[in-house]
Design a protein around this ligand. Sequence first.
Ligand code: NAP
Length: 431
Amino acid sequence: MEKIVHAGLLGMGTVGTGVVKILAKNAHDILQKVGMPVNIKKIMVRQLDKPRNVDSNAEFTTNIDDIINDKDIDIVVELMGGIEPAKDYILQALRAGKHVITANKDVVAKCGQEILQVAEENKVDFLFEASVAGGIPIIRPLKQCLAANKISEVVGIINGTTNYMLTKMTNEGLDFDSVLAEAQAKGYAEADPTADVGGLDAARKIAILASIAFGSRVSVDDVYVEGITNISKADIGYAKELGYVIKLLAIAKDDERGIDVRVHPAFIPSSHPLASVHDVFNAIYIKGDAVGETMFYGRGAGEMPTASAVVADIIDVARNIKHNANSRILCTCFEEKSFCPVEQTESPYYIRLLVEDKPGVLAAIAGAFGAQLVSLHSVIQKSKVANCSELVLITNQVADASLRLAINTLAGLSVVNKVCNVIRVEADNFG
Ligand code: NAP
């Protein structure tokens, strides 16, 4: 009898629904590509009586044992989200000899090493293409297509919610709170937006990408994180005036100082390709020693784009099953590289201050910077705000530690009323 590849889905929400749709719509093409039919045999959900957006012939269950103990099921596709019970179910499936696919960045970023180890012990596949940047191919390109390279840099816009918000603030001059409310109304931001606007979502994703790019384990705790909650209409306006845009960047670099991995808002030149990544779109720039610069662009979330990546993983595993070639590419962290502390990273900085409107202020400020050997590239004195003057400074390249000391001194000066914002300028840091 002809072999059928059977999958069991854990979850049929946004992404699960897309997976069911694609496997039905493109069944003929997928059969051609794999050489065997791919069928969803069972689907586990929380509520059996919940209305679903797509019909499926699969058997629905609320019991994980129905999937783990089903000998016909070759592939378990985890689309529930969160750490537990997702991690437990993934490990159970791997130990039962099933291949596992997930779109869950939380579980991959936190438990990837342990899961890959269990996959290896059980000689099965564990694929997670959809866990970073939804529909954009990025895990497979890093693990396979760019495998010939020593990768030195990965810089991405990998959180759609914050990119949507910053785009709106830039194009429409809106403030943070009203843009957040609009993003929530449109379903682009969650009711609790903390992980997105605080940078944690992007930190989880860059930890995954950096681990693969540099062949050395990077956990979320290794990522320096700043979100976009402090970005104001004024900062966006000054960025524009100076020829930049503000983006929430996820940055990973590997050089002689060690692995430098961080998520923070940054000024980038408006001519840089990442500056034209708008709305919920994502993009990832990668620099390799052989390929040079490459960039991947597309939809980082949503039902069909994310399901596109999940189904591609299903096809990959099914092909491996057909050719008895599973477990070929698992953990690619072969080294234990050291990290470059954020204090040692260097860049120019944008600083916005409210200062007293009187003679001698500029000299006092220049003195505070000079004491930490921070040189200023430009100083722009803006119009009065209440009884103060607004001052915008751009420094030359400076170590983060020196900049922090200078800012502390500055904040203590009697002529400085407020340090409104400090944002890195990633001007020369691409290519
Ligand atoms: P979702 O719409 O909330 O769907 C979750 C599904 O999992 C639901 O069908 C739910 O059952 C089921 N489920 C949750 N906990 C369960 C449990 N303990 N036992 C049984 N079933 C359970 O989530 P989603 O947006 O599809 O996201 C799924 C995964 O993909 C997450 O890891 C997410 O981070 C990732 N991802 C999503 C996107 C996106 O655009 N949505 C993009 C990239 C990655 P019920 O239907 O019965 O409630």
